[in-house]
Design a binder for this molecule. Structure first.
Ligand code: F6P
Length: 485
């Protein structure tokens, strides 16, 4: 089998680099080991005069990483436009934030078609294609149009909302019909999968039998594959990170005070405003907690060219300033607020230093920070996870302290409870969560999906390729024997 993994963002195998995005960070170690070719955006654009897509290839573990320059004329409409200003808000139940033009949709489809053409270079008779996330809902259909008959699967890392909400996306019907060109569609939770199948049944009027949909594309299976982490590796990283200078300095700076930690992309789905308001509320209603606990909030800037993200950045920064202004002292800062990314090697140590992990998104596909926080804890003295019931992770990590992120007072009380939780209860809750993490690792997730995808019998018509396969690609660099040109 020749596995080709596709995602918009890819990651390099450098452990000390900051990572943007859970998907790329999570996939890196498993893709590295699998020998797959991982194809994604190079982060650069190129004008449309190129005959063939421009790709830079480097080795990645036993496989390769192929980074494409995407078409300059369509990149903005695809990434900032349709993917992140129409699909992302709808998938996270924020249809009020949908802003997308017809041109954005055209660009989204153009980039999906461009990626499909680029993938032909990697097609072999025994290839299996696995497409990741909402950037490429229509990529399977584009591959079928190019007469690709090999198994093509898709995994959605975000939530899939109710019919009414997805109906807020322009061209939703066309896109969901296109998704049925995939042989296998994976979701994070049962609810996401049911919402999707509900649309397929009621809006498309198609028959669904035990997760199997029959459409003019043939059979598509929809199923649940909750993504995991590598808890053993993360625990080792956390133990090692305690001597990292950044982590040691943080510990020294606490002077015996407790620490709560939040680590998020600066995104409206992450519930940052409500979280900070909850800390404000806690210090107001329980002033004895002033100077006994501070919050370290890492908020990595994200998608800054989109208005909703720019507005959020200003709003969070102002709220942090206000709360620090009200509760702070000359020698004490309640909220340490950082707008930068950290490598996983350092993050693991920051998580282990914090007695409370606050993961309180308004909506989240899975949220791997929740799982990483748990895995990073010291077994003899673990911290407490305060987790939103609207994160996919809450289905598994049900011995965390689950909160409703819209209930500010409730969150304030729960954070205080977490801070005073006795050791036996902390250990009991943590052990139960670790058992779940060990039973559902990223390696298992990867293997289960690929196995299920290989088992699909693509009955998508087997016709000879319409377009000749390119024989030569411009290759910018290749630092191993893995060359595809
Ligand atoms: O949640 C979906 C997702 O792809 C995550 O896996 C990742 O954290 C984020 O979106 C990446 O966003 P971007 O690539 O726009 O920074």
């Amino acid at each position: 089998m020749n596995l080709v993994v596709v995602s918009n963002r890819v990651a390099h195998g450098k452990p000390n680099e900051p990572m943007t995005g859970g998907l790329a960070a999570a996939l890196l170690p498993v893709v590295e080991r699998s020998g797959a070719i991982w194809v994604g955006s190079s982060g650069r654009v190129r004008d449309g005069n190129q005959k063939e897509p421009f790709v830079e290839i480097e080795s990645l573990g036993a496989g390769a990483l192929a980074m494409l320059d995407l078409p300059a004329a369509h990149y903005g409409g695809y990434y900032e436009g349709f993917a992140n200003s129409a699909l992302w808000p709808a998938l996270h139940s924020r249809t009020d934030l949908i802003r997308a033009s017809q041109e954005d949709y055209t660009s989204y489809r153009e980039v999906n078609a461009f990626m499909a053409r680029a993938l032909l270079r990697f097609k072999k008779p025994d290839s299996v294609f696995w497409v990741q996330d909402y950037h490429f809902l229509a990529l399977g259909a584009e591959l079928r149009d190019l007469r690709v008959t090999q198994p093509v699967g898709f995994f959605l890392h975000t939530p899939w909302p109710s019919r009414a909400l997805i109906g807020g996306v322009p061209h939703h019907r066309e896109l969901i019909e296109a998704m049925l060109a995939y042989d296998l569609i994976g979701f994070q939770t049962e609810e996401d999968c049911e919402n999707f199948l509900g649309y397929v049944k009621q809006d498309l009027g198609l028959a669904v039998d035990d997760g199997m949909v029959m459409s003019h594309h043939g059979k598509t299976r929809a199923a649940v594959f909750p993504i995991g982490i590598d808890p053993r590796k993360f625990a080792q990283q956390a133990a090692k990170a305690m001597t990292h200078p950044d982590v040691s300095r943080l510990r020294r700076s606490l002077n015996g005070e407790k620490l709560a930690i939040g680590v998020d992309r600066l995104d409206y789905s992450k519930g940052l405003i409500n979280r900070i308001k909850a800390f404000d509320r806690m210090w107001t209603t329980q002033p004895q907690l002033l100077r006994t606990v501070s919050l370290l909030q890492i908020a990595t800037p994200s998608r800054g060219a989109i208005e909703a993200y720019g507005n959020l950045q200003s709003e969070v920064a102002k709220l942090v300033t206000d709360v620090n202004g009200i509760h702070g002292e000359a020698d004490w800062t309640p909220i340490r607020y950082l707008n930068k990314g950290y490598s996983q090697a350092v993050l693991a140590g920051l998580y282990r230093t914090a007695q409370v992990g606050v993961v309180t998104p308004l909506q989240d596909g899975m949220n791997l920070v929740a799982k990483e926080y748990v895995a990073a804890q010291h077994p003899a003295d673990p911290g407490v996870l305060v987790l939103s019931k609207f994160a996919g992770a809450a289905n598994e990590l049900d011995t965390a302290l689950l909160v409703n992120p819209h209930d500010i007072d409730g969150m304030a009380r729960t954070i205080a409870t977490a801070l005073s939780m006795p050791l036996p209860e902390r250990r009991m809750r943590w052990e139960a969560m670790m058992e779940k993490l060990r039973g559902s690792t990223i390696q298992q997730w990867f293997a289960d999906f690929v196995e299920a995808l290989r088992e699909t019998q693509p009955d998508k018509s087997a016709i000879e390729p319409l377009v000749p396969e390119p024989t030569l690609w411009p290759v910018r660099s290749a630092n191993s024997g893995a060359r595809y040109h």
